[in-house]
Design a binder for this molecule. Sequence first.
Ligand code: UD1
Length: 351
Amino acid sequence: MAKILVTGGCGYIGSHTIVDLIENGFEVVCVDNNSRSNPIVMENIQQITGKTIKNYKVDLCNFDETFAIFQENPDIQGIIHFAAYKAVGESVEKPLMYFENNLYSLINLLKCVQEFSVPWFVFSSSCTVYGNPDEMMVTEETPLKPAASPYGYTKQMGEDILGEFRKVTNTQTILLRYFNPVGAHPSIKIGELPVGKPQNLVPAITQTAIGKLPMMKVFGDDYPTRDGSCLRDYIHVSDIAHAHTLAIQYLKEARNESSCEVFNLGTGNGVTVLEAIQAFEKISGVKLNYEIGPRRPGDVVAIYANNDKARQRLGWNPKTTIEEMMETAWKWELKLKEDASLHENPNFQMN
Ligand code: UD1
């Protein structure tokens, strides 16, 4: 049973990935400083899996404390690195905070990887690295354009750091570029817990529908798309989570073609903001209170994944439809209404 360290394991994608790893026979340890996540998530993972996961409440920017995790677990064979700040708008306002947090943490972790000769490393990247691409459908070979935000630059730089790092170690690395992860685990015991007012579309929809927000805005209906609203590739978080297990298995079986490989993780279907709202209204029966607002600065017009590589090489087969994504997201929002303990992270304060 290989031991995998999941960083940011109390977060949205991290928590779903821990469940998937355990269901596929891996042993997991977690590190999460809970600065933007709720520690109760660990209990909910335990309810789903029947396993207790050790969480080290450590800030990865603290090298000594990070190093101590490896001293205590010298048998870590793989790392899946989720821990990072991810709010695009906040990164524009506080770029140094983003560069400091997202890059120092990665560098500290890689120093430990080198010292302890950890064989496998999976990095949470994002379709944001493509910037505003010339083609709507991007492959892993699509040239990267300037990022639209400091957050995006931290993902581009993270990929570059790993691209150089692989030249001086034997660690095998995978970069996973996520499109738009949404929805919740089918058990409805874990899901997305946005910090403060949600910036992302699906929590904005569900929080409006439940009445936490009085209304929501569609950011622009004059884009060159089929209905004028932006087009994205929404992908169920459990499908994303499973891709991490497949990536670790791929490295474990030495099926990788190079020591640093990249994969797009999207469904391959573009969905506009207005279509996403229609899908939500259909499954929930709720008429959403929304209006058309101005464009949001930094938004790309349209992007969706060519996911052939992940399908062919990892054997990944995302199946969840946009309606099913919305259904789990809605059930999760209904659950949050009942269960106060799950509400947003008690520790978090905007710096
Ligand atoms: C962006 C990044 C993604 C990153 C994510 C982190 C790109 C292409 N994507 O996602 O890689 O992981 O930020 O947060 O750079 N919208 C509304 N009203 C709202 C909220 C959103 O109309 O209240 C629209 C947006 O304008 C956008 C779509 O919904 O067109 C999706 O927005 P969002 O969920 O924030 O994700 P991205 O910006 O695509």
